[in-house]
Write a protein that binds this ligand. Structure first.
Ligand code: ADP
Ligand code: 5GP
Length: 212
């Protein structure tokens, strides 16, 4: 089997709470040829987050001036805040001869695929929307309002699954990680990928929870 030797751009998305940050952090820890692309955001930092590690935390005016001076490869409004991938960040990762790993939403995915059509895109699904909500609550990072916004946005995010080449269900973390690593390294998938019916079931669950 021929494994990838050239740098690969990897995009990973999911509805909030499905586990993409956990999976991406494990991938860069175990496969250091990948480097997380650190985005800029106007979202306030969580207590566990560090400037320059999870994000570059900036105010609205700084973000706006970066938009006006074309410093972003892509940016989007997500969950009532702005997030963007700076061109400098991508240059920094390429200069270190690593493969960028982008944790961005579906809007960012669309833009990155437009720039780099060979990027590999992966969408992480929760096993159910009830479990997604449970994980989001257990993480204890969101206010009640932010929790509702994030769960309320899950259906729209899931509806964009067609942008992605690969789907992974994050039920058991180790199995989901094995799937992600296999995709990232260009190996044969470990488990069969979820089907359209699985995604449709989740979209239905997300819509009914948002409407409840
Ligand atoms: P996201 O980045 O998609 O919003 P996180 O990676 O922050 O999600 O995961 C949300 C919460 O769920 C975290 O507290 C994380 O530890 C937990 N988590 C992630 N994957 C699993 C899993 N397979 N089973 C149970 N809990 C998980
Ligand atoms: P969080 O606030 O939970 O860290 O991230 C919220 C959402 O913003 C996630 O879906 C994440 O993938 C997305 N996101 C983070 N950085 C970027 C970015 O630079 N661009 C875009 N488009 N989305 C991002």
């Amino acid at each position: 089997m021929k494994l990838r030797t050239r740098p690969t751009l990897l995009i990973v998305s999911s509805p909030s709470g499905a586990g993409k940050t956990t999976l991406c952090r494990r991938l860069v820890a175990l496969q250091p040829q990948f480097a997380l692309s650190v985005s800029h955001t106007t979202r306030p930092p969580r207590p566990s987050e560090l400037e320059g590690r999870e994000y570059y935390f900036v105010g609205d005016r700084t973000f706006e001036s970066m938009v006006e001076t074309h410093q972003f490869l892509e940016w989007a409004n997500v969950h009532q805040h702005r997030y963007g991938t700076s061109r400098d960040e991508v240059v920094r990762i390429f200069a270190s001869n690593k493969s960028p790993l982008f944790d961005v939403d579906y809007q960012g995915t669309r833009s990155i695929l437009h720039h780099y059509d060979k990027a590999i895109s992966v969408f992480i699904l929760p096993p159910s929307i009830g479990e997604l909500a449970r994980r989001l609550r257990a993480r204890r990072t969101e206010s009640e309002e932010a929790f509702r916004t994030r769960v309320g946005n899950a259906a729209r995010e899931l509806e964009n699954y067609g942008l992605y080449q690969h789907l992974i269900v994050n039920d058991d973390l180790d199995r989901a990680y094995a799937d992600l690593e296999a995709i990232a390294l260009g190996k044969e998938s470990v488990r069969p990928e979820p089907t359209l019916l699985d995604v449709e079931r989740l979209i239905g669950e997300a819509k009914s929870l948002a409407g409840a």
